[in-house]
Ligand binder design. Structure first.
Ligand code: C2O
Ligand code: CU
Length: 543
């Protein structure tokens, strides 16, 4: 079901075909086939126009900062489904219900090609934002799909080949929040008390402009020839502005932003909140904790609610991961200012920081993230239910390769990131990367530094497109388990995930199920500079 690369704008015929696929999938999931609303033409519960475009925003005193961002326009559906992110570069928050049939028109108002990926969603391969569907400036890509996913915190961001890191860094990202009946029955905090927190790091120059990989935005937005030469690995070369090495290690900014704002502080009432944490950073990992040692009550992971709440003294949040925590601010007195911090840990990409030579805030350093200001008033908090959701136990034995997990080595060879020694190829999937529709497999991401010393020193944040998986287990080889030990108590492997942190010298086993959609999907490291420089491959689902 390989579609030609030249298929850039949706044809009506294609749309009709996809509609049929979505309905089939709906039936397979036992979800209601979406009813058509009587008024108007559309078969959609929600129709949004999403324009990616340059803009200027006030982030610091003085000069406005030039950014790239998503602007959303509601063409059909509930006005509450689209919430603009005021005062920041972030895209709108899109709110949908499970089972809804939605259409989103991406319009490329950028000076270079782009495509948008719905991170975490289970959608057909040509709705998933694979780089082979990137559209040129001025073009439109029509997404139509049924929301099949559980309630949870998903997100969207660009995914063009070799340019994802730069485009996200310049501001392109937004939240995609799904609700469903199971979640609604729980009486979790809503409205103002349902609070998304997008955590990102950025670097600015003296004129308040974003600096990507040591190159100013003006430089970064110019297309450069790939410096890798052979193989076209850096084809397009958007990331190459600041030098190859820094690019391969990762972008680490020295300013931390929450919801697209610097020096953030938030006023909260003395009652329960649901915090939806998203690490929207290019490469930085956070080890989040309250400054006074208050433990977290974790209620959700990448793919929605956990079976039951978990306690953690701190939580690890690797690039692209989401965690939901429930917090009752009544535990602090009025006027208190609890601070969400990132704690120091080992095994971060200190090397990357060194090589960039400019970041006073290396990966693994400690810093404050967000200050809360607790208001007056008394708690009217409903207790958190002991059971949150139905998450069946992960059964490795149901995998077709239970006896022999597929091993994916995260490699660096000849100064190129790869998986099992191969860098990204637009339309290729190896026999190992070919799977059968309707089956489950055990995959193992192995970060044992095969193929070069540098691979050994770095954590990776491994993401699989188009599905949610389960984490079966981790093994650390122990040669230098210090890194692992400094983060392990904060790993949340429970529930459904689409992105998993793999520390140096670690092997992580996951259970992956290929349901509903045949086609070509990505899996890759979500440290965007690793992804852009080759730590990405396709897997092909065959019927
Ligand atoms: Cu959020 Cu392929 O990525
Ligand atoms: Cu990586």
């Amino acid at each position: 079901m390989n579609r030609p690369v030249s298929n850039r704008v949706n044809q009506p015929r294609r749309a009709a075909l996809l509609g049929a696929v979505a309905v089939t999938a709906n039936a397979a999931f036992g979800l209601p086939v979406t009813a058509t609303t009587p008024r108007g033409n559309a078969d959609f519960d929600l129709h949004v126009e999403l324009r990616a475009t340059p803009d200027r925003v006030a982030l610091r005193n003085g000069e406005l900062t030039r950014v790239w961002r998503y602007h959303g326009k509601l063409l059909r559906g509930d006005p509450n489904a689209l919430e603009a992110s005021a005062g920041s570069y972030l895209g709108p928050i899109i709110r949908v219900r499970r089972g809804q049939h939605i259409r989103i028109d991406l319009i490329n108002g950028l000076p270079e090609s782009t495509i948008t990926h719905w991170h975490g969603l289970h959608v057909p391969d040509d709705m998933d934002g694979h780089p082979r569907f990137a559209i040129a400036p001025g073009e439109r890509y029509v997404y139509e799909f049924t929301v099949l996913d559980r309630a949870g915190t998903y997100w969207f961001h660009p995914h063009p080949h070799g340019r994802t890191g730069k485009q996200v860094f310049l501001g392109l990202a937004g939240l995609f929040l799904v609700s469903d009946d199971e979640e609604a029955a729980l009486d979790l905090p809503t409205g103002e008390q349902d609070l998304p927190l997008v955590i990102q790091d950025r670097s600015f120059d003296g004129d308040n402009q974003l600096v990507y990989l040591n190159a100013g935005m003006e430089t970064a937005t110019k297309t450069r020839g790939g410096m890798m030469g052979s193989g076209g690995m850096m084809g397009g070369g958007g990331m190459m502005g600041g030098g190859m090495m820094a690019g391969m290690m990762g972008m680490f900014g020295d300013d931390i932003l929450v919801n697209g704002r610097l020096d953030p502080s938030l006023r909260v009432e003395r009652r329960a909140y649901r915090l939806r944490l998203l690490n929207g950073s290019n490469s930085r990992i956070y080890k989040l904790a309250w400054n006074d040692g208050t433990p977290f009550t974790v209620i959700g992971n990448d793919g929605g609610l956990l079976a039951e709440p978990l306690q953690r003294d701190y939580v690890m949040l690797a690039p692209a991961q989401r965690l939901e925590v429930w917090v009752d601010f009544a535990r602090w007195s009025a006027g208190a200012e609890p601070v969400l911090r990132s704690l120091a840990f080992d095994g971060g990409m200190a090397m990357g920081g060194m090589m960039m030579g400019s970041s006073p805030l290396p990966d693994g350093a400690a810093f404050p993230v967000l200050r809360f200001r607790v208001g007056k008033g008394d708690s009217t908090t409903a207790p958190l239910p002991r059971r949150l959701s139905n998450v069946p136990p992960a059964r490795a034995r149901s995998a077709v390769n239970f006896e022999r997990p597929k091993v994916f080595d995260l490699t660096m060879r000849m100064m190129a990131w790869g998986i099992n020694g191969k860098s990204f190829e637009m339309l290729a999937a190896s026999p190992l990367e070919t799977v059968k529709l309707g089956t489950e497999e055990v995959w193992e991401f192995s970060n044992e530094g095969r193929g070069g010393m540098m691979a050994m020193a770095m954590p990776h944040s491994m993401h699989v497109h188009g599905l949610q998986f389960r984490v079966l287990g981790r093994t650390t080889s122990g040669r230098s388990a210090r890194g692992y030990e400094s983060v392990s108590a904060g790993l949340v492997d429970e529930g459904w995930k689409d992105t998993v942190l793999v520390m140096p010298e670690e092997r992580v086993r996951i259970l992956v199920r290929f349901a509903d959609f045949a086609g070509l999907f990505l899996y890759h490291c979500h440290m965007l500079e690793h992804e852009d420089s080759g730590l990405m491959r396709n897997y092909r689902v065959v019927a």
